[in-house]
Design a protein around this ligand. Structure first.
Ligand code: 13P
Length: 272
């Protein structure tokens, strides 16, 4: 096991601290930018968007990996159009159950049938509007892993929690059941820090604000040998603020809502 969370003073043999080491690990991670379409799309417009993104993602290869998380009905379209391209696809939610009498739910093996590489779990809109708690989010992450799909575990505090200075405590609570899945599971996950107050508001966290939270997330992951996992930032990421956010040492990419529906804007974020 690596350093316990918060033990920033711990020195390693070469004199670097845990924080410095984790940061160096973080900087070595290939950038990952994922679009969350939320409940947007239409067959005809999706086709043009996916075509443009697939073409644009070819010139990014190596420096950034690009993905899109589409509404369930469009997974077949994504699979048909994107197979063999550099653009990967996934879904925005998954059931914690493998199958059975769960009306309206979609199981992870079904997503795998459509070639999904990613699935968002614990997005704040699902936590807030569908009452999902962190234990359920962890179960969903495990269900995704069991089907060979990478869960993108979303965490983040509300404005009220932010203003009360509770960000770290909220993040710790949201992460706890996921961390309890253990290093083997964590080794295959992606994390996304999305402050709720920055989602869809046009008011992104500043690079310094986001970096500070990402660093504490990485410290917590390090305690479970998972310091090398990508940690994406989400919340009003646009082409004109992406470079500042993505230049921070512990920000390994972005989870993009509104701006991912515009091909040129999304590709500019990826290239920022
Ligand atoms: P916006 O980029 O529209 O703020 O949405 C962020 C988000 O919720 C991505 O999952």
């Amino acid at each position: 096991m690596a350093a316990p969370p918060g033990d920033k003073a711990l020195q390693f043999n070469n004199g670097t601290t845990a924080t410095e080491r984790n940061r160096a690990v973080g900087q070595a991670i290939t950038r990952l930018v994922i679009g969350n379409w939320k409940m947007h799309g239409k067959l005809a417009t999706n086709q043009a968007l996916l075509e443009a993104l697939a073409a644009g993602s070819m010139s990014l290869s190596g420096q950034c990996h690009l993905g899109v998380c589409v509404p369930f009905p469009y997974l077949a379209q994504a699979q048909a159009q994107l197979q063999g391209s550099a653009l990967s696809w996934g879904a925005q939610d998954v059931s914690a159950h493998l199958g059975g009498a769960y009306t309206g739910e979609v199981a992870a093996p079904m997503l795998a049938d459509f070639g999904a590489q990613w699935v968002l779990v614990g997005h704040s809109e699902r936590r807030a509007m569908h009452g999902e708690d962190s234990a359920l989010v962890a179960s969903k992450a495990q269900a995704a892993l069991n089907a060979g799909i990478t869960p993108v575990v979303c965490i983040g505090e509300t404005l009220e929690q932010h203003d009360a200075g509770h960000t770290d405590a909220v993040i710790a609570d949201q992460l706890a059941p996921v961390l309890a899945l253990g290093p083997q599971a964590l080794a295959k996950m992606v994390f996304a820090y999305e402050p709720v107050w920055a989602i869809g508001t046009g008011q992104s966290a500043t690079p310094d604000q986001a970096q500070a939270v990402h660093a504490t997330i990485r410290e917590r992951l390090a305690a479970f040998d998972a310091a090398d996992r990508p940690i994406l930032y989400g919340g009003s990421v646009k082409a004109d603020n992406a470079a500042g956010l993505l230049s921070m040492p512990d920000i390994n990419g972005a989870l993009v809502g509104g701006a991912s529906l515009l091909a040129e804007e999304f590709l500019r974020i990826a290239a920022a």
